[in-house]
Design a protein around this ligand. Structure first.
Ligand code: RNT
Ligand code: ZN
Length: 415
């Protein structure tokens, strides 16, 4: 059956419960997903040859990873051609494109000029991150909250420069950037003084965010975390720390799906955090037993995240970023699977009779609430998704996989 024919039927089915499928498609079309560049090269970047550190880890040795900025851009373009919507690219500082020998505390906007030109030509928004790991200055396990003033200042300088680079990007592109600050700082074993590093971090952040002149071009976000490998006993930037700092400073909080206790989910945090901050950043990821950063699949939590963004319109104040890195499968497939799933979940959530369900809940008719929500699960959502892909001129269903295999044969296997 043609995609169109199936869509016409689905449109009628959804119309019978008052859901406008065309409107749902239009709504989702305007929600950009910030695709994490680091899935393309296992978080290596182009500045140094350092080992990954900070308690995050890629595993796998699948051939064909991007080794240069040009290769990474080509790979991102390939993935973007398989994903519907006008999405963004999220860069880390270590992805600077330069032949100069430059350290993190010396980076300038010009080291990202090729990225900005590329994004401009393709009308792609850019987001940014300081890279506070995989560097000798992070070897103690502490960066911006280090007790060593030299170390601390190095990272403060890097963060200030990162913010300035992002502000430049946002201004140049006419498209506000989001910069996420994540610090691995913490202790492997039980600390004696839990306060001192937090005090130092708060003071360091005050310096990073002192100059507010470019904030209209860039939104700052702070990512909290419960633990990392090597920082099992104590993480300086806990949820309370980051949320407290962010909420009192006009900064956004970043919630990563893998940064909480195993049964704790970020879907339920969206509507809490957004009572106290204007904006929110998400790192949609898939933790398997730990913060493993597996490729995002279409699971219950992904659906719950999308529902909590769409049902309430909180999506308008939320920036959706992805954060996964799997080096054991084709990396372009990883991007495509994870990003398509995120968009798919948003679309499915946009196909709910929201007003009706809110009314039913207000009336206390929990029987109908459960009945309707359960029946909705088997509505012909797939036909609407296929239609959206076709409208956006990207492959329908698994047809994208053939294109990835072809690209692997023609491009990746020759690296
Ligand atoms: C680490 C954080 C952080 C990183 C990226 C590479 O636990 O989730 O967001 O994954 O910045
Ligand atoms: Zn993250």
């Amino acid at each position: 059956m043609s995609v169109n024919k199936a869509y016409e039927i689905a449109r009628e089915v959804y119309a019978s419960i008052g859901v406008d499928t065309d409107a749902a498609i239009n709504r989702v079309k305007n929600i950009p997903i910030s695709i994490n560049c680091w899935q393309g090269d296992d978080v290596k970047g182009f500045l140094f040859k350092n080992e990954l550190s900070g308690g995050i880890q890629t595993t796998g040795n699948y051939p064909g990873r991007a080794n240069t900025p040009d290769e990474l851009r080509a790979d991102v373009e390939k993935a973007m051609s398989l994903i519907p919507g006008n999405n963004r690219l999220n860069l880390h500082a270590i992805y600077a494109d330069t032949t100069e020998k430059v350290d993190l505390d010396e980076l300038e906007p010009r080291h990202f000029e090729s990225w900005i030109q590329w994004a401009k030509e393709r009308n792609i928004g850019l987001d940014f991150n300081p890279t506070c790991f995989a560097h000798p200055m992070a070897d103690s396990g502490f960066t911006i909250s280090s007790a060593d003033e030299g170390v601390r200042n190095f990272w403060i300088d890097h963060c200030i420069r990162s913010r300035q680079i992002a502000e430049y990007m946002g201004k140049e592109l006419g498209n506000k950037a989001v910069t996420n600050f994540w610090f691995p700082d913490g202790y492997k074993d039980i600390p004696y003084d839990r306060e001192a590093p937090r005090k130092r971090m708060a003071e360091a952040l005050d310096k990073v965010f002192a100059d507010k002149s470019g904030w209209e071009y860039n939104l700052n976000a702070l990512e909290c975390k419960v633990f990392g490998i090597g920082a099992e006993s104590y993480t300086v930037s806990s949820t309370e720390f980051m949320l407290g700092y962010a909420a009192t400073r006009g900064i956004a909080c970043c919630l990563d799906a893998g940064h909480f206790h195993p049964t704790e989910v970020i879907s339920d945090k969206i509507s809490s955090v957004l009572q106290f901050t204007d904006e929110l950043l998400l790192h949609v990821s898939r933790p398997v037993r730990w913060d493993s950063d597996h490729v995002v699949i279409f699971d219950d939590e992904l659906e719950a995240i999308a529902q909590n963004l769409i049902r309430t319109n909180l999506v308008d104040r939320t920036h959706i970023g992805l954060d996964f890195f799997d080096a054991s499968i084709n990396r372009i497939a990883a991007w495509t699977i994870g990003t398509r799933n995120m968009i798919k979940a948003l679309l499915k959530a946009a196909l709910e009779p929201t007003e009706l369900l809110k009314q039913i809940e207000l009336e206390g008719d929990y029987t109908s609430r459960l009945a309707l929500v359960e029946e909705l699960k088997t509505y012909p959502f797939a036909a609407v998704w296929d239609q959206y892909c076709e409208m956006q001129d990207v492959p329908v269903r698994e047809a994208w996989l053939g294109e990835v295999k072809e690209y692997e044969k023609e491009v990746l296997s020759k690296r």
